[in-house]
Write a protein that binds this ligand. Structure first.
Ligand code: NAD
Ligand code: DAU
Length: 335
């Protein structure tokens, strides 16, 4: 099997490439990634010379390039996206370009090359947000995105389904909750807080710290995607979650405790505009139909993640000391 992975130099995509090459000795992978601020070839250094793996630097919006690559593969797995909600609030243009137009280009190309199998990686944020006592999201929850990021992901999901309905493109979609683990860019809650604490900085908790997310260790997500590619029903959507709902402040205190730091490091800062209150996922469909469920508990996953950032200091220090630092200071210095 030959896979075209888009966005494979990012957090989840690079974990997925590692997962696939380890599990399937005879699979081949082409990784198409534009290497935006979030793409990092250091994530794939250990496999860069593996004969089963090839990296192509390029944009999923580039029609000719994508057409050349798609011709040659069996399955397309689309991870490529602008993925950070705060950035979409500051400027949504790249989100519309990559998440909507880029996905459209991949779908067109898959259609024009004999209807290639297409798996689209999406998010639970397309469903909007929940009140404390609402039941979790599932595959029938109506879409109600509330940030430019989630609206762009919702658009892409609709396009993917439209290509199934109209052209019988063999698609599947997965909508997953918050991931964490190795290679996560240190602008997102968990890696930002771990690395800030390692640098002796404060950790900026938005609003009252009571926003709830459902956390899934990234390797569990990779396993779920693999099971959908292998056994998922064409045209279907699968919700993936960690059964691990936690308010941000609880996570913050847990990270502080596991790292032996003081709660004086907590700094409550101005809230994210339109901040979604709670996400939660009912993953019974993928559990009942494909036999997948999360294996790594939150405590175990968090310990592994903290260890990874401790052992890979140069990985995140390179990021935090470069352009990202300038971006962060320009945009968040008032927080
Ligand atoms: P990420 O930001 O770490 O990585 C995105 C990757 O896409 C980067 O390598 C970047 O260079 C690449 N990319 C961006 N624009 C591109 C373009 N135009 N052409 C080619 N490559 C491009 O993102 P992530 O956290 O790994 O998320 C991957 C996917 O999973 C996204 O679609 C995201 O919406 C979804 N998702 C993420 C989470 C999460 O918690 N991180 C949860 C659910 C779903
Ligand atoms: O739910 C899935 C989504 O999870 C993915 O689709 C997105 O790509 C991914 O970025 C993530 O979105 P969130 O907005 O939930 O993740 P983030 O890590 O940015 O924030 C998690 C929570 O922590 C959220 O309630 C905001 C809060 N937060 C975040 C940061 C960066 C803080 O309190 N302080 C911070 O500095």
């Amino acid at each position: 099997m030959k896979l075209l992975i888009t966005g494979g130099a990012g957090f989840i995509g690079s974990n997925f490439i590692h997962y696939i090459l380890k599990k399937y000795p005879d699979y081949q992978i082409i990784n198409l990634d534009a290497l935006t601020y979030a793409g990092n070839l250091e994530n794939l250094k250990d496999i860069e010379n593996d004969s089963r793996y090839k990296f192509v630097k390029g944009d999923i919006c580039d029609k000719a390039l994508v057409n050349n690559l798609v011709k040659d593969v069996d399955v397309i797995v689309n991870f490529a996206a602008e993925s950070h909600v705060d950035r979409s609030i500051l400027d949504a243009e790249n989100f519309i370009r990559t998440n909507v137009l880029g996905t459209y280009n991949l779908l067109e190309t898959a259609k024009n090359n004999g209807n290639k199998r297409f798996h689209h990686i999406s998010t639970d944020e397309v469903f909007g947000h929940l009140e404390p006592n609402d039941p979790p999201f599932n595959e029938s929850t109506p879409y109600s995105p509330r940030s430019p990021y989630s609206a762009s992901k919702a658009s892409s999901d609709h396009l993917v389904r439209a290509y199934f309905n109209t052209y019988k493109l063999p698609i599947t979609i997965s909508n997953c909750s918050n991931n964490y683990g190795p290679y996560m860019f240190p602008e997102k809650l968990i890696p930002l807080f771990i690395t800030n604490l390692m640098e002796g900085r404060k950790v900026p908790v938005y609003g009252d710290g009571m926003n709830v997310r459902d956390w899934l260790y990234v390797e569990d997500h990779c396993e779920a995607i693999d099971s959908i590619i292998q056994k998922g029903k064409i045209g279907e959507t699968y919700c993936i979650g960690g059964n691990s709902e936690k308010p941000n402040i609880e996570i913050t205190k847990k990270i502080i405790e596991l790292m032996g730091k003081s709660e004086d490091s907590i700094e409550y800062v101005k809230d994210r505009p339109g901040h979604d209150r709670r996400y939660a996922i009912d993953f019974s469909k993928i559990k009942n139909e494909l036999g997948w469920e999360p294996k790594v508990s939150f405590e175990e996953g968090l310990r592994k993640t903290i260890d990874w950032y401790k052992t890979n200091e140069s990985w995140w220090k390179n990021i935090k000391s470069g352009d990202y630092q300038k971006y962060y200071e320009q945009n968040y210095s008032n927080r």
